[in-house]
Design a protein around this ligand. Structure first.
Ligand code: PMP
Length: 294
């Protein structure tokens, strides 16, 4: 089944203050962000017409822009209103939101001085399936040859477009091996995160997750830690070395897109998705409003 190209769809994209026809929402080839990676973005989910944790995502968008020395020419309230404008203009009930901020084509050169900041918000349908039991087999992860960079080599806490270059390459390697995604270690060789999601392990009934000191402390990660604690699980944020994965019983990823996704293997390490993962999938489904608590 071929996917309809993303530049050839019906609907509207909010671009710099107004709704524009989807197909006419274009950039020039001499756009600073395209050449020098001066772009930051967000990934949000719409569940039943409501954006889950919109304020947190908008806060992070502004934080990321500041990290890249870009001033967003709108207020947070204007961005939130624009998000809902795009959602209603496209009649989205369950969907994905992609806000992006980038330096434009006003000037070319490594220095971005003289370029204007642009903002777009696109929304497209993303059905909200109930997490099926089949998901409990777990996805298969590669261990990437790429490492998450140290905080003094890149703005690692920003959701910046340039940081995804190594994620794309890791994903390609995984796909070529018939795997679903990839685990990146950090520059010290510690377990960090997957290409677009945070990682958790369970060991003897306790939940362990790496300290986010050189990668995104995901909004879903924080939510799931809270849900796990509410359920009475002990959650330990600590340095995790790759060889410790041999001790783990369960493993799962968390992210806006991934939600709570069980992992069956990482390289030669195998896990058996079980009760803890299942209970957190359910808790998250209730939290985002997919499931009614009963
Ligand atoms: N790490 C990376 C690299 C990501 O792209 C994402 C998705 N935004 C996450 C972690 C998870 O973040 P969140 O839970 O805020 O979506």
């Amino acid at each position: 089944m071929s996917i309809q190209p993303f530049d050839d769809r019906d609907g509207f994209i909010w671009l710099n203050g107004e709704l524009k026809e989807w197909r006419n929402s274009k950039l020039h080839v001499l756009t600073h962000a395209l050449h020098y990676g001066s772009a930051v973005f967000e990934g949000e989910r719409v569940y039943n017409k409501k954006v889950y944790k919109l304020n947190e995502h908008t806060d992070r968008l502004f934080f990321s822009a500041k990290e890249l020395d870009i001033k967003i020419p709108f207020t947070k309230e204007e961005i939130n209103d624009a998000t809902y404008l795009a959602i209603s203009a496209n009649s989205i009930k369950d969907g994905y939101v992609r806000p992006i901020v980038w330096r434009g084509s006003d000037m070319m050169g490594v220095s971005g001085t003289g370029t204007k900041a642009n903002v777009a918000i696109a929304v497209w349908p993303w059905p909200s399936y109930f997490s099926p039991e089949s998901k409990m087999n777990g996805i298969k992860l590669d261990i990437s040859r790429w490492k998450r960079p140290s905080p003094d080599t890149a703005p690692v806490f920003a959701k910046a477009a340039g940081l995804y270059m190594i994620c794309t390459l890791s994903h390609h390697d995984a796909q070529n091996k018939g795997l679903d995604d990839s685990l990146l270690l950090d520059w010290r060789g510690r377990v960090a995160e997957a290409t677009g999601a945070n990682i958790f392990f369970t060991i003897n009934g306790e939940i362990h997750t790496p300290v986010p000191d050189c990668f995104l402390d995901g909004i879903t990660r924080r939510t799931v830690i809270g849900l796990a604690k509410d359920k009475g699980y002990k959650v330990i944020e600590r340095v995790i070395l790759p060889e410790e994965m041999a001790d783990a019983d369960e493993c799962f990823l968390t992210g806006t897109a991934a939600e709570v996704t069980p992992v069956g293997s990482i390289g030669n390490y195998n896990f058996t998705p079980g009760e803890i993962t299942k209970s957190l999938i359910r808790a998250y489904d209730i939290e985002v409003g997919k499931l009614i608590d009963n």
